[in-house]
Design a protein around this ligand. Sequence first.
Ligand SMILES: [Zn+2]
Length: 414
Amino acid sequence: MHEILFWLIIAILVLDFLFEKYLDYLNTTTMSETLPDEVKGIYDEGKYKKQQAYQRENHRIGIFSSAVSFLLTLAMFLFYGFAFVNNLAWGFTGNAILAALLFFGMIMFASNIIDIPFSIYDTFKIEEKYGFNKTTPKTFVLDIIKGWLVGALIGGGLLALVIFIYQKTQNMFWIYAWILVAVFSVFMTMFYSNIIVPLFNKQTPLEEGELRDAIQRFSDKVGFKLDNIFVIDGSKRSTKANAYFTGFGAKKRIVLYDTLINDMETEELVAVLAHEIGHYKKKHVIQGLLISLIQTGVILFIFSLLIDSPALGKALGVEEPNFHIGLVAFGILYSPVSFVLGIFMNVLSRKNEYQADAFAAEHYKPEALASALKKLSVKNLSNLTPHPKFVFFHYSHPPLLQRLAHLKKFEKEN
Ligand SMILES: [Zn+2]
C-alpha cells in the first residue's frame, strides 16, 4: 500500500509542475512585439514594450525558481528527506508536540532560506529595474525576520494546539480542531488590521478634505456606515497601488494605498471605494469566511480518517506513524482536491468582482471606475492579454479588458 502512495505522491508532484509550466507557456503565446489593437488606448507603444519586457523577466525567473523548488521537493520524497528530518527532530525530544514543531520549523526555515536569493533578485533587480521597488535592504531583512516570528507564533501555536487535541481526543480531534480553527479565523478576520498589519505597515485614518467628503457623500447615499477608511504606506515597499476591504461588523475597514491616492482623481478613488463597498454589500467577506470554514472541516475530517494509517508514514520512509509525517503525506495527496476547489474559488471570486463592479457602476459612475482600473493596470504594468486558460485556473479577478467591457454595459444604461 505504501508503495502505491509513494508513487502517487511523486506523480502528483510531477503532474502539478508540468501543468503549471504548461499554463505559463500558454501565457507567453499571447505576448507580442507590437501593440495589440485591443490594448490601444490603454497602453501606448512605449509602455507596452516595457510591460512585455517586465512580463518576460518575471516569466524567466518564475520558471527558474519553481524548477528549483520542484526538484528539491521531489528529492525530499525520493531520498526520504522527511524521514531524515523526522529522526533529527525526535533526536532532540521525546515529546510529540515539540518534535512536530521542530520538524516543521526546520523544513520551513530551510525552504525560506532557499527562497531568499530569488526574493532578493525579484525585489532589487527586476522590481528595481522597472521603477517599482521602494524596499530598503533594512525593510527587506526586517520583513523576513518578522515573517518568521509571526509564522512561528501563529503557525506553531495552532499546530501545537491541534496535536494536543489529537492526543486527547484521537479520531474525534477533527471536530475540536475545526472549532479551534473557526474561532481563530473569525478572530483573525476581525483583528488582522489591528494586530498583524501594524507589524509591517503604518495605517492612518484618511484625513479631512475633498476626498473624504466625496467618499462620505457616496457612503451616505448607499447607506454604508463608514467609520474606518485608512491609508496604508504601501510606498514603503513599492510604487504599485491597491485598495482592499477587510473585517466585518464594527471592525470592517477600507484600506487605500498611499500610492493609489497620489495618482488618481477624486472621482476615480470614490469609484474604487464604491467597488470595495460593493464587496461588503454583497456579503463577499462573510461568504469567503464561510466557504473556507467548510473546506477546513472537510479537510480535517478526511485527515482524521487517514492519520492513524501506517501507510502514510511508510510512504515517506518512516516506520512509526506520527502526526507531522502524516500531515506532510496527506498534504500532497490532498492537493489534487484543493486544486479543483481552487478553480471553483477563482470562478466565484471573478463573479464577485463583476458584482462589485456592477455595484459601483449602478450607484456611482461606470466611467470613473473604468478610468481608475485602466490607470491601475498601466501603473502596475499588468498583463492585459493573459491566455484564457491561465485566467481560468489562476485569476481571482477578471482581466482588465473583460471588466471594461462589462462596465460599458452600464454606461449605455445611464
Ligand atoms: Zn474587488
